[in-house]
Design a protein around this ligand. Structure first.
Ligand code: BF8
Ligand code: SF4
Length: 672
């Protein structure tokens, strides 16, 4: 029965509770974390799970987004439906306060991703200037491709020279003052989206300028029109995407384009016989050096009685190293403290973002050294070693040495490592995927994917992303939604802590295909495997496409699918899901997903329910203007159903329009 309207974007979330069992501190389904939680309870070590419980119930005003404290006349809260109590002291109504708060979150997200990208850019720049001798251009192919897209000449030029021009364009993207769009972002977009963003006035011209403008726009006594505010937020989210794309592409050039690689995940990868160093945060610039240093320092580790140095990753630094180096992924955000509780972690080297301030307090119960490395991220009690691109290898060796020294102070009584580790295959950059598809169709590789959708073998593609949020047990929603999607023949690509959840549970392996994939997905993956005998391992149930900045890889894939199908993004059967969204970065990512024309499921309600107007803009007006919309749903089964409905609607419409264009020999309709 064809469905003529996609109802998902008008639906309210189900009545499922927003917080499951608020007083229960057993808030994870990760087996490794559960084992460590017992240790924490026995030893009375406080963790994030205890603090979550202690915070319940959380503030109702904050939850609805109607608390304002952006000026010293506040804090103001919207207390009543009507009268003076329904506004802040200055007269700001609920829709102004809610949208301002939301937009400031997007600005925070854009600033975070872009700061990460800026650091990679500084490193690239130092390298081309000859000031960072420990770095090199690992992928000239990626450099040439990117340079061509940016209009930089590559003919008869040295790679260093080309890269210099590319870094200059990236710097301009941060601080351009002329009225020209972000060059990196523009090079990523298909023409229809470029025009859409231009006509709706949301195309950013500089990243720093946009974030600053948003802070100014949302200051006391400035913009109070919710539509104008939200459109400002969309511009901010697009500058976030521009920053992400700079981060991903420059990291690929410096550290290599990921290719399929075998590794393992969960806390069992911490090895009692080795010096164990966790690299935690987001930025590969430092951690890549730590990996290289560790490989060179085995003898030093042996001198203190260890067999070698074992680097394990946490959060997105972990994802970056897993994708390119096959480094073990120890754990993801909500269970970061658990890595220390094993008693066998000698050092945790952190860079930026998603690092709980509590890791230092937990580390003080053990011999573990916490080392901060970036000027904008320090922790009282932790050691700080400023990391410089100029002295990268020297700095990295210092860090490894701190861990080797700490190893001597290990207390064997306190070691308790969960016996939980799972094989996985990661490393699916768009280049790697295209290469795999090209073995079936060398001229139009992406048609292998779009044809499988058009002929019904696959239902579509879903990009699973985002964090852990303890309103429901850690990882539960990621895993439940994933299982439902793959059972229904959806090809899943994953990033960030969603990829982490899937990997830790053993679902990112070829073995999981037989256990969980529907017949269509199974046969699709088998066909790819048979056409690719060069792969040393089978294909996994889920394609890991990287860290959170690598959500730009997903957008790159959507653009390729839209191009192949000859339609704008809102007709492509591609959706995104952040089942446990937490960070401001996730708010920015979700928003650019919607602007890009995708249905975006979010499983942790953002603070917008205090304003029907803002809720309506995110779920309905966004769809009218951009073709994408948020689907807010906390209950995982219900969420999976809504995501599948959104894909089904798109596939149905795409087929109808395709058939019509073939029958009447006309261009395929571009509307949605
Ligand atoms: O950038 S998924 S908790 S680790 S914010 Fe953080 Fe969220 Fe994890 Fe990576 Ni992304
Ligand atoms: Fe209150 Fe207005 Fe100040 Fe916000 S900006 S704190 S609503 S007076």
């Amino acid at each position: 029965m064809p469905r003529y309207r996609d109802l998902t974007h008008t639906a309210r979330p189900s009545d499922a509770p927003r917080v499951i069992e608020p007083k229960n501190p057993l808030r994870t389904i990760d087996q490794g974390a559960l084992e460590m939680l017992k240790v924490a309870q026995e030893q009375h070590i406080e963790t994030v799970f205890d603090r979550f419980v202690a915070q319940q119930p959380q503030c109702g005003f904050g939850y609805k987004g109607v608390c304002c404290r952006i000026c010293l006349a506040g804090p103001c809260r919207v207390k009543t439906e009507e009268g003076p109590g329904s506004k802040g002291i200055c007269g700001a109504t609920a829709y102004t306060i809610v949208s301002r708060n939301l937009v400031r979150m997007i600005a925070g997200g854009a600033a975070s991703h872009s700061e990460h990208a800026r650091h990679v850019l500084h490193t690239a720049h130092a390298m081309v200037e000859g000031n960072a001798p420990d770095y090199e251009i690992k992928s000239p192919e990626k450099l040439h491709k990117l340079a061509s897209k940016l209009g930089v000449s590559i003919l008869n030029r040295e790679d260093q020279e080309i890269f210099k021009d590319v870094t200059e364009i990236a710097y301009e993207d941060f601080g351009r003052y002329q009225d020209r769009p972000l060059a990196f972002l523009e090079s990523l977009l298909i023409e229809q989206r470029r025009n859409k963003f231009k006509h709706t006035n949301v195309m950013p011209r500089s990243i720093d300028g946009t974030v600053t403008e948003l802070m100014a726009q949302t200051a006391m006594g400035v913009d109070n029109d919710p539509v104008n505010l939200i459109f400002g937020g969309i511009k901010g989210a697009l500058s976030d995407l521009g920053g992400e794309y700079i981060g991903t592409t420059l990291s690929d050039i410096l550290f290599g384009v990921p290719e399929p690689i075998v590794s393992e995940s969960n806390l069992g990868v911490i090895d009692p016989k080795m010096v164990n160093i966790a690299v935690h945060g987001h930025n590969p610039v430092l951690s890549e050096m730590v990996v290289t240093a560790a490989r060179k320092m085995i003898d030093e580790a042996k001198k203190v009685g260890a067999e070698g140095v074992n680097i394990v990753g946490i959060c997105c630094t972990g994802n970056e190293l897993l994708m390119r180096e096959g480094v073990y992924l120890a754990t993801s955000s909500a269970s970061q403290e658990m890595a220390i509780l094993t008693g066998a972690l000698d050092a945790m080297v952190v860079d930026i973002q998603c690092i709980y301030p509590s890791v230092q307090q937990v580390a003080e119960c053990f011999h573990t050294k916490i080392v901060t490395t970036e000027a904008i991220m320090k922790t009282p009690g932790a050691q700080h070693i400023a990391f410089n691109a100029e002295t990268a290898m020297e700095d990295a060796q210092k860090l490894v040495r701190i861990a080797i020294e700490a190893y001597k102070n290990r207390d064997p009584q306190k070691i308790s490592i969960p016996n939980e580790r799972h094989k996985l295959v990661a490393g699916f950059s768009l280049e790697a995927l295209t290469n795999i598809f090209s073995k079936i169709n060398p001229n139009r590789p992406i048609s292998v994917l779009t044809d499988a959708i058009l002929n019904g073998q696959l239902k579509g593609v879903v990009q699973m992303a985002g964090c852990n949020n303890l309103r429901r047990p850690q990882d539960e929603s990621h895993i439940a939604i994933l299982k439902e999607l793959v059972k229904n023949d959806v090809l899943v690509v994953a990033t960030g802590c969603s990829a982490g959840a899937i990997a830790k549970a053993g679902l990112m392996s070829p073995a999981a295909v037989d256990a969980y994939a529907g017949e269509g997905l199974k046969s699709f993956l088998k066909t790819l495997e048979n056409a690719n005998p060069q792969l040393s391992t089978g294909l996994p149930l889920v394609f890991h496409i990287g860290s959170c900045v690598d959500n730009s890889r997903g957008i790159d894939l959507v653009m390729a699918m839209a191009n192949e199908l000859g339609v704008d993004v809102p007709k492509v059967p591609y959706a995104a899901s952040a089942p446990e969204a937490m960070h401001e970065k996730a708010v920015a990512i979700g928003t650019f997903g919607v602007a890009m024309g995708l249905p975006v499921h979010v499983g942790a309600m953002p603070f917008i329910e205090g304003s029907d107007i803002v809720y309506g803009i995110t779920t309905q007006i966004a769809h009218d203007v951009f073709g994408g919309n948020f689907i807010f749903e906390m209950e995982p089964q219900e969420a999976a159903k809504k995501i599948l409905d959104a894909l089904e609607y798109r596939t149905w419409k795409l087929r109808v329009h395709k058939q019509a264009s073939e029958k009447f020999d006309t261009q395929i309709a571009q509307g949605w």
